[in-house]
Design a protein around this ligand. Sequence first.
Ligand SMILES: [Zn+2]
Ligand SMILES: [Zn+2]
Length: 180
Amino acid sequence: MRGQREKDHICLVPFGTIKSDFLREAGDALGRQWPVEYVILPAIPIPPSAFDVQRKQYNTAPLLELLRHTEGDYHQIIGVIEFDLFHPKWSFVFHEADIVLGSALFSTYRLRPEYYGKIPDKKIFMNRVLTEMMHALGHIHGLHHCSNPYCPMYFSTSIGDTDRKGHIFCATCQKKMSVE
Ligand SMILES: [Zn+2]
Ligand SMILES: [Zn+2]
C-alpha cells in the first residue's frame, strides 16, 4: 500500500441526497474488508442535464465527468448516488468506472430489497453496498471485470448476480490487487 497521505485515501463522494452517515457506515465496512482509509467529501449537486427524461434515469457519463474534477487531487474516487443509472448500451447499470482515472460510481437504487417488492432489510442492503464498494475498489486499482461469478469483479446484470458474487475477491483478482 502507498503512504497514508490524505490524498491517497479512498475519496467517497456523495451525489445529491446521499447522507454522509451512510457513507461512513459503507466506508467502515469497506475498511474492515480491505485495508483502506477513506475521506468523505461534501455532496455534489446532481446536474439536471444528467437526467434523461425519457428513460427516467441518470446518465453515468456526466457524473463520472464531475468526479474527474473532484477537489483535493485524490487518485481513488468512489461516487455514490441513490437514483437509477444508465449507460446507453444497457437498460440500467449498477455502476460505471473510469479505470484509467481511478474513479467509479455506483447507485444504491437497485440494491434495496424494496425495489424488488421485498421488505426493507438493512443487512441485505449493506451487504450489497459492500459488494459494490469492493467492485469499485477493484476498478480504481485497474482491475477489469472477472469471469468468476463468485468474485465481486464479476459484472452484475441482476441483483441475483450481486448477491451470489459477494465481496471477497477471487484468488486471481486478489493477486492483482496485491501487486501494487
Ligand atoms: Zn465494473
Ligand atoms: Zn475475480
